[in-house]
Design a protein around this ligand. Structure first.
Ligand SMILES: Cc1ncc(COP(=O)(O)O)c(C=O)c1O
Length: 305
C-alpha cells in the first residue's frame, strides 16, 4: 500500500466543514484551514474500497451488523491497548459528541453538575449547557509546556458533580494521561459518585514512547463507574462516517437509566461499513503497521515529546 503524503488535494466544493465552511465562520475564504481536526490526506484505500464495494450493490436497505464485528473490535482493543472487553459491552452510536449528549441524557438530569477540565474540546461544555446541565470548569495546570491535573483542585471541584467528561488522551493539551493519573481520577470520582464519560477518540493516535490507557482498564473502580467512547474516525481520517465504537463497561451507575442506554438502538442502518469488518480490520492493522515508522519519526520532532 502506498500513501502519498505530498499530494495536495483540493477539498473545496465538497462541503468540507474546514474549507467550505471557512467563510461562514471566519468571514473570508483565503485562509489556510487549520481549525477542524480532520486531515487533507486521502482516507486509506481499504476504507474507500470497502465503501465502493458496498455501494456497487446499489441497494442501501436496512443492514444488520455482520458476524464478527464485535469480536473484531474486542481483538483490536486487546492487541492495541491490552484492554479485555466483552462483546456485549459494545454499542454503536452516531458520533462521539452525540454519544456524550446521549450519555448525559441517560445518566444526568437538567440542573445536574457536569465537570470538565479546561481547556478542552469545546463541545464538552457546549452540549452540556445546551442540555441544561451546569458545567463545572476545573482548569488544568500549565507547567513547563505540559498540562497537569491539580488533584486537590479536582477533588474539590468534582464534589456534587453527576458526571465528569474526561478527554483521554487530552485535546487540546496533547497529554496522554498516565496510569497513576487515571488511578487518581478513578478513586476521586468513585468517592464522589461521579460517572466518568471517557472520550478516547484519539486513543489510536498516541505516539511512542507514550501509551494510551483506556480509563476503564485501570481498575474495577474505573470499569464500574465509566462509559468509554472510541472511534476509528481520527485515526483513519473518516469523521464523515458516524460509525464509532463505544463500549460500556458499566455496572453500577444510574442503574435506572442503563436499560434506556441499552435499548436505544442507534445501530440499525449504520452498519454499512461493518460488512466485512474482519477484513477491514485486518487491512487497518496492516496499514497501521506500515504507518508506524512514520508515527515514530513524527514523535521525535521537537515539542511533540
Ligand atoms: C476529543 C474529541 N472528541 C470528539 C470529537 C468529535 O467526534 P465526533 O465527530 O465523532 O462527534 C473530536 C473532534 O475533533 C474531539 O477532538
Amino acid at each position: 500500500m502506498y500513501y502519498n503524503f505530498d499530494e495536495v488535494i483540493d477539498r473545496r466544493g465538497t462541503d468540507s466543514v474546514k474549507w467550505d465552511g471557512m467563510k461562514n465562520v471566519w468571514g473570508r475564504s483565503d485562509l489556510t484551514a487549520m481549525w477542524v481536526a480532520d486531515m487533507d490526506f486521502r482516507t486509506p484505500p481499504f476504507v474507500i474500497d470497502a465503501l465502493r464495494r458496498r455501494l456497487e450493490h446499489e441497494v442501501l436497505g436496512y443492514t444488520s451488523a455482520c458476524e464478527g464485528w464485535d469480536t473484531t473490535i474486542c481483538r483490536w482493543l486487546q492487541k492495541r491497548h491490552q484492554w479485555e472487553i466483552r462483546p456485549e459491552w459494545l454499542m454503536f452510536v452516531p458520533g462521539i459528541v452525540r454519544a456524550q449528549a446521549f450519555a448525559l441524557l441517560c445518566f444526568t438530569r437538567p440542573g445536574d453538575k457536569v465537570l470538565v477540565t479546561t481547556p478542552v474540546y469545546h463541545p464538552f461544555f457546549l452540549i452540556t449547557e445546551r442540555l441544561k446541565r451546569e458545567v463545572v470548569r476545573s482548569p488544568l495546570d500549565l507547567r513547563d509546556g505540559h498540562y497537569h491535573i491539580d488533584f486537590d483542585r479536582l477533588r474539590r471541584d468534582v464534589q456534587g458533580c453527576r458526571a465528569f467528561i474526561l478527554c483521554n488522551p487530552h485535546n487540546p493539551g496533547g497529554r496522554v494521561w498516565t496510569v497513576d493519573e487515571l488511578h487518581q481520577i478513578a478513586d476521586i470520582c468513585k468517592e464522589s459518585g461521579t460517572l466518568v464519560i471517557s472520550d478516547e477518540i484519539h486513543a489510536d493516535l498516541t505516539l511512542p514512547p507514550y501509551k494510551h490507557h483506556p480509563f476503564a482498564s485501570i481498575n474495577e473502580a474505573a470499569a464500574s463507574n465509566s462509559i468509554t467512547f472510541m472511534a476509528p474516525s481520527k485515526t483513519f481520517n473518516m469523521p464523515a462516517f458516524k460509525v464509532p465504537l463505544p463500549s460500556c463497561p458499566m455496572t453500577l451507575c444510574a442503574n435506572a437509566s442503563k436499560p434506556l442506554w441499552r435499548r436505544a438502538n442507534f445501530a440499525e442502518g449504520i452498519f454499512l461499513l461493518t460488512s466485512g469488518a474482519k477484513r477491514l480490520s485486518n487491512m487497518a492493522r496492516s496499514g497501521w503497521n506500515r504507518c508506524w515508522p512514520i508515527f515514530k519519526a513524527i514523535s521525535t520532532l521537537p515539542r511533540l515529546t
